[in-house]
Design a protein. Structure first.
Length: 155
């Protein structure tokens, strides 16, 4: 069972700014990659999985969101522990890898998580899922739902 904690929004929002350049000449991909390198050892030590990292601007504020999980679901206390450890490591870095002010959020990817990686799909086999496509595929409808079946052949 997937247990959501601290998840806000519906996952369909777009950043307010399409500009990937940040203060100090950094870009979004650099920030995400730096955070991934820092958080991976924290997660590995606790047998957690990294689901996703987002660094987005909403309104006038920047948000660094780290989504973590583990088999059976992640707890609020585990999110707090990762948040504190990650915050401590980021604060100790010189120069600062994120030059502007931001809010750090660590949470479960939630029950309506996107399936992005092979591991995401493997973990969801047998689970009831909802699929939305941008356009019809082979003349069929754009939305489908039901239990995810394992891949038996590659088309």
């Amino acid at each position: 069972m997937l247990t959501p904690f601290l998840r806000r929004g519906n996952g369909c929002r777009k950043p307010d700014s399409q500009d990937n350049n940040l203060k100090g000449g950094k870009d979004l991909s650099t920030v995400v990659e730096t955070v991934k390198q820092i958080v991976d050892p924290i997660l590995e030590a606790n047998h957690f999985d990294l689901s996703n990292i987002e660094f987005v601007k909403e309104g006038g504020s920047w948000y660094l969101r780290v989504y973590i999980d583990k088999p059976g679901g992640i707890t609020l206390n585990e999110c707090v522990m990762v948040s504190e450890a990650l915050s401590e490591k980021l604060d100790a870095m010189d120069p600062d890898p994120i030059p502007q002010a931001y809010f750090l959020e660590v949470s479960s990817p939630g029950a309506e998580r996107p399936l992005k990686t092979d591991q995401d799909f493997n973990n969801a086999v047998g689970e009831y899922i909802h699929i939305s496509l941008f356009q019809k595929l082979n003349g069929k409808k754009k939305c489908s739902k039901g239990p995810l079946r394992p891949l038996t052949r590659i088309l």
